[in-house]
Design a binder for this molecule. Structure first.
Ligand code: ATP
Ligand code: MG
Length: 477
């Protein structure tokens, strides 16, 4: 598929400076597609769309930009940029005007992107945004505090801005917040032509990835969408630029000249050398100019300038001839962040399942241990020791080896005063004989009764018991 770059011309109304200066108007716009020079019927231009002064940003968006936004959501690369001389209305068109409470193309774009996503429940999307400016031929990240100069690097035919930060976006408000942040950092300055003149080209880039929900092996569509507000060409004698402003104007004009050259080369004949490398602007926009993107250019003009508007219209005519080769960019590999995230989620889910099983096994083991230990309590319900008929019973005291020994050798009744736990006091392996021969089941748990008369233990092998006692002594119980 080959598609011409779409070109619209927007002629703004006269602004107060022009009205006060009683500016003469040279151009007439005749929507929907014609603009001509007054009193010169031979100087007539036709474009995909011509907007006149009364047509607002919302109409420009709806009629000219919206189709590109829809294609971007379907996986095509897209670019919309505003081109024109200083003070012709590029920033007004792309970013709106806060003072006049006017929203720009970028606002409408963001809103439509999120609406479209909401109406596609079968797909999941991952959105990232970056915002950069080209100021005096250096690239800067508008979403970073570090005032670093960023380098360009070519990788598989794609131009990368090394170190440019990309931010994940989940809702329109976040996107607008980043936009504001970027605008605050962008270089602007006052000139005689425009009190808030853009001194840099700004490129707001959205990277939109999407894939079918739940289809792990399906391809992911990845599209790059550039929303560009260029700085305007200017003549120093008109803007009164001096010092920094003058240096800026030289750089602006040079890079716009580079852009015009590329547009002319692309419009002339195929397979000729294209001087993308001549400026940072054409390198960054390489893909949008004669590449695989859908591109729309809004050329802004004022009716009050003859030559500058004529030159913008010539640029617009050349751009109209350029054919791009837009195609859906499908990625099957982990190059797509969405794919990487999906794989990461899969791995983590598997890990979670494994942990759950491990935990269940651990719980089972612990439960078994608890049951096992519970059985160690002495209770009526749990008769682990043999009961012996008692002739004389006394509630016992703490098991103490010396006292126990005395009990064995004395004819006096032996009394254990406090309750004890056999498990706690007697090493399990050695306590068998004591358990079997001396202790009986009490009525309550953890309480034992002793039979302390010597006659009762006559049948017991005293030496074994003494051995047990020595063991308990040695264990320090
Ligand atoms: N369509 C329009 N309707 C009403 N006012 C407009 C329109 N376009 C531009 N203006 C006004 O014209 C002035 C200059 O516009 P803007 O700053 O957008 O120009 P620009 O092309 O971005 O200039 P520069 O290249 O110097 O940045 C602003 O005051 C703006 O509000
Ligand atoms: Mg501007």
């Amino acid at each position: 598929m080959r598609d011409n770059i779409q070109v619209a011309v927007r002629m703004r109304p006269l602004i107060s400076r022009e009205v006060e200066g009683k500016a003469v108007t040279y151009w007439n716009a005749k929507p929907p597609s014609t603009i001509y020079q007054k009193n010169s019927h031979s100087t007539i231009f036709n474009f995909d769309r011509v907007f006149e002064g009364q047509e607002e940003n919302a109409i420009v968006y709806e009629e000219f930009c919206s189709p590109i936004v829809k294609s971007v959501i379907d996986g095509f690369n897209g670019t919309i940029f505003a081109y024109g001389q200083t003070s012709s209305g590029k920033t007004f068109t792309m970013l709106g005007d806060n003072d006049k409470n006017v929203l720009g193309i970028i606002h409408f774009t963001i809103s439509e992107i999120f609406n479209l996503i909401q109406n596609m429940p079968e797909r999941e999307f991952l959105l990232r945004v970056s915002y950069m400016e080209i100021y005096n031929e250096t690239v800067r990240d508008l979403l970073s505090d570090e005032n670093e100069t960023l380098k360009l690097h070519e990788e598989n035919g794609q131009i990368k801005v090394v170190g440019l930060k990309e931010h994940l976006i989940q809702e329109p408000e976040q996107m607008l917040q980043y936009m504001k942040e970027g605008e605050c950092r962008r270089r602007t300055g006052e000139t005689a032509m425009n009190e808030k003149s853009s001194r840099s080209h700004s490129i707001l880039r959205m990277i939109i990835e999407s894939g079918l929900r739940g289809a792990e092996d399906a391809a992911v569509n990845v599209s790059h969408f550039n929303l560009v507000d260029l700085a305007g060409s200017e003549r120093a004698r008109q803007t009164g630029a001096k010092g920094t402003r003058f240096k800026e104007s030289i750089n602006i004009n040079q890079s716009l000249l580079g852009l015009s050259r590329v547009i002319r080369q692309l419009s002339e004949k195929e397979d000729q050398f294209i001087s993308y490398r001549d400026s940072k602007l054409t390198r960054i926009l390489q893909n949008s100019l004669g590449g695989n993107a859908l591109t729309a250019i809004i050329c802004t003009v004022t009716p009050a300038c003859l030559e500058e508007t004529h030159s913008t219209l010539k640029f617009a005519s050349q751009a109209k001839c350029i054919k791009n080769k837009p195609q859906v960019n499908e990625v099957l590999t982990e190059q797509a962040l969405l794919k990487r995230y999906a794989n990461e989620i899969k791995k983590l889910t598997e890990k979670l399942e494994a942990t759950k099983e491990e935990k269940a096994q651990q719980n089972k083991n612990l439960q078994e241990q608890i049951e096992f230990l519970k059985k160690r309590f002495v209770s009526q319900m749990n008769p682990v020791f043999k009961t012996k008929a008692a002739r004389r019973e006394t509630w016992g005291g703490c098991l103490d080896a010396a006292r126990l020994r005395r009990a064995f050798t004395s004819e006096e009744p032996f009394v254990i005063k406090e309750s004890i736990s056999l498990e706690d006091s007697i090493p399990k392996s050695r306590s068998r004989s004591l358990q079997n021969q001396m202790w009986s089941i009490p009525e309550e748990p953890r309480t034992v009764r002793s039979y302390s008369s010597r006659s009762q233990i006559e049948s017991h092998d005293l030496s074994t018991l003494e051995e047990e006692c020595e063991d308990i002594d040695a264990a320090g119980i």
